[in-house]
Design a protein around this ligand. Structure first.
Ligand SMILES: Nc1ncnc2c1ncn2[C@@H]1O[C@H](COP(=O)(O)OP(=O)(O)OP(=O)(O)O)[C@@H](O)[C@H]1O
Ligand SMILES: [Mg+2]
Length: 317
């Protein structure tokens, strides 16, 4: 569909072996949409998939046509489960696991000073969510098999997403040996292993999201050494104009008239400009990132509904 098609790099698009997917990108680019579509695509291959949202304004249920998704894991489609993680509840779950006792936990955590203390620990809020999502990768069913083959984390947008992913490293640097450190160590080891974990970067073929994606990819690679497994360029338009046609249309300048032909010309010019920006964005991405992206089309119906997400899932598969 797009005019630029860079060479396929390692792991390009193939997330079949990964057990933990971290989906991030600029705000509003389609992260949750991609989580839903990726979950359906993996479930269609027979995988048991859990999508973990970070205390989000919940829109995944509308996308999948399920009941509202709250802080308890619930089945949302065949082979797909979802949870909208709540930091306080996740901390409580973690505390109970750590102390092996609900009574002991209640004794400690029903104390407002203890709760205030935990809220004030830098990174604790992020860790309760990231740590819980990771913990689900270790969760087992009664027969000892993994509860989920793949856990998809619908991570916060760029800056907050990076802050969240920095937390295990901070814990390893500052927290003394103990359960928290041990779990952070296990999680961090998993996140850095390209065989088990992949960051999925979602972007739009536009200038700002492209710049942010390139910066995010650099931070993930250089600062955190986390494996980028897939880049999804969402909202891609099939090009109508050649490069030469675009140049000619742009050179003709803005069209201001209001007659029907003027309006049609202005619409054509708008489309040509958007196609140029799309082409430049895809070119910049291919120059900067070694992975060839997966493309999702711009849909012209409401994308936040099951039929649209199923369609996008087919494209991702
Ligand atoms: N390919 C597409 N075509 C048309 N609309 C889309 C497409 N992808 C996503 N959308 C729409 O764009 C909006 C934002 O998508 P989504 O909620 O997935 O983004 P997000 O990155 O998760 O946002 P946030 O940063 O707020 O969590 C939604 O209304 C969604 O239905
Ligand atoms: Mg979202």
């Amino acid at each position: 569909m797009p005019t630029t098609s860079p060479p396929r790099g390692p792991h390009a698009g193939a997330l079949d072996a990964n057990r933990f997917l971290i989906v991030t990108g600029k705000g509003g680019v389609g992260k949750t949409t991609v989580c839903g579509a990726e979950a359906l695509a993996l479930a269609a291959k027979g995988k048991r998939v859990l999508v973990c949202m970070c205390n989000a304004k919940e829109r995944l249920s509308a996308m999948l046509g399920s009941e509202l998704i709250g802080p308890e894991v619930k089945s949302v489609a065949p082979n797909v489960w979802a949870v909208n993680m709540d930091p306080e509840l996740a901390l409580a779950e973690y505390g109970m696991m750590a102390l092996h006792s609900k009574t002991l936990f209640k004794l400690l955590f029903d104390n407002k000073y203890v709760r205030t203390f935990f809220r004030a620990v830098p990174g604790m809020h992020e860790w309760t969510l990231l740590g819980k999502a990771w913990w689900h990768t270790t969760e087992q069913r009664s027969d000892g098999s993994s509860a989920y083959d793949v856990v998809i984390l619908d991570a916060p947008a760029t800056g907050h997403g990076l802050d969240m992913l920095r937390v295990p490293k901070v814990i390893l640097d500052v927290v003394p040996p103990g359960l928290l450190r041990r779990d952070a160590e296990r999680a961090w080891k998993m996140f850095q292993d390209p065989q088990t974990c992949a960051v999925v970067l979602v972007t739009l073929p536009e200038e700002m999201p492209t710049t942010e994606t390139i910066e995010l990819a650099r931070a993930l690679r250089d600062e955190l050494q986390l494996p980028i497994g897939k880049i999804v360029v969402n909202g891609v338009l099939p090009p109508l104009f050649s490069k030469e046609e675009r140049a000619a249309i742009e050179a003709a300048g803005p069209i201001e008239g209001t007659t029907p032909p003027d309006v049609a010309l202005a619409a054509g010019r708008g489309r040509a400009l958007r196609e140029r920006v799309q082409s430049e964005s895809l070119h910049r991405l291919s120059e900067e990132l070694p992975i060839s992206p997966s493309f999702l089309p711009q849909l012209f119906e409401d994308a936040a509904q099951p039929s649209a997400i199923k369609e996008l899932a087919k494209r991702l598969a």
